[in-house]
Design a protein around this ligand. Sequence first.
Ligand code: AP5
Ligand code: MG
Length: 209
Amino acid sequence: MKMVFLGPPGAGKGTLAAMASKSMGLPHISTGDLFRAAIKNETELGKKVKGILAEGKLVPDDLTIALIRERLGADDARDGWILDGFPRTTGQAEALQSIAPVELVVNFDVPDETILFRLTGRSICKDCGKIYHATTMPPAREGVCDICGGPLYVRSDDREEAIRTRLNAYREQTEPLIAWYGKLGKLVTIDGSGSPDAVYIRFAEASRV
Ligand code: AP5
Ligand code: MG
């Protein structure tokens, strides 16, 4: 199954993709995670995109498409994947169709107040990437990952100003993809509010997995 998770920042794409990846045995490929890894490792790409991510703007299409082209060429991506946060522009969606046509696009619909609540409470494990929320999914010990014991951190773009910029980028550049994939007949929209388990049940029904 070649699947795309679409939705605004904080919609729960990463949380649901981790659950779906585990149960379906598909690689979870997040362009945001790939950029953050490049920044952490201080690669050439990381140096180019560090400021862009911190501000909440979109990385230019040429860099993003090259990154995903390389990742989808890896052995583990031959039979399917869950793309989280890619594509985000029509240019990226067109490029993806020429690399490997998508079979299903799942659009997570959540109200703005939920987005803000989720993003302002998020923390992430520096070592394994597990996503937490101060209220809805707190770790057992504050600041420490339940899974691997690694330290938790807050993303540089989970500040109010960067969140505003990310939401604007989503509305202007990414939201048009809902209609774009709708026309291709590949889109399902699900209600992304409620607990992760409740959202997962809706996802499983909508994608019949
Ligand atoms: P990216 O990392 O993709 O960020 P994003 O799209 O802004 O989305 P988030 O990761 O913030 O939200 P999410 O939907 O994954 O929510 P999560 O599951 O964490 O991109 C970051 C940046 O990289 C971009 O701004 C851009 O600069 C660059 N970039 C990436 N891809 C690009 C592309 N294709 N083109 C150009 N630039 C690109 O959940 C959020 C919080 O809510 C967590 O705390 C979680 O615990 C909690 N939560 C989740 N689901 C639930 C639930 N059901 N109930 C209660 N709490 C929940
Ligand atoms: Mg994410």
